[in-house]
Write a protein that binds this ligand. Structure first.
Ligand SMILES: [Zn+2]
Ligand SMILES: [Zn+2]
Length: 134
């Protein structure tokens, strides 16, 4: 099944023919900062099974380590893939998918770099929308 996704402003879109690795939440210092979030959820997609379908010319890239490019929409800032040029697969930022990839997250990585104050205490409430009284 072809999976579709893209950035929040709609300028950049992609297709993937499926995920080729487990979904994992990465808590490393770099993912946390570039995504502005406690973790970034990613999964490998083989290069030949991934393509940009719109707005490839709008992509920006940040080389976070030599040969590894974090590609994002230069209009809205949405991060879409991490691309280590020497690797056979890109890491798709799966939270940008519009279609259900048919699997759920398998594990968390790099929790050693997560600040303790950004870790949910047990029993942290989950609200469907805003917290009560918002
Ligand atoms: Zn965008
Ligand atoms: Zn990371």
């Amino acid at each position: 099944m072809t999976l579709h996704g893209g950035c929040v402003c709609g300028a950049v879109r992609y297709e993937a023919e499926g995920l080729d690795g487990p979904i994992r939440h990465c808590h490393c210092n770099t993912c946390r900062r570039v995504h502005g979030a406690a973790s970034a959820s990613g999964a490998e997609v083989l290069r030949e099974r991934f393509r940009w379908t719109q707005g490839a010319d709008k992509l920006g890239a940040y080389e976070s380590s030599p040969g590894k490019f974090r590609r994002f929409c230069s209009v809205c800032g949405t991060h879409l893939v991490s691309d280590r040029l020497a690797a056979p697969a890109v890491i798709l930022r799966v939270a940008t998918l519009e279609d259900d990839p048919g699997q759920v997250p398998q594990f968390h990585i790099w929790t050693s770099q997560q600040p303790h104050w950004l870790t949910d205490p047990p029993g942290t409430p989950l609200y469907d929308e805003w917290e009560p009284g918002h």
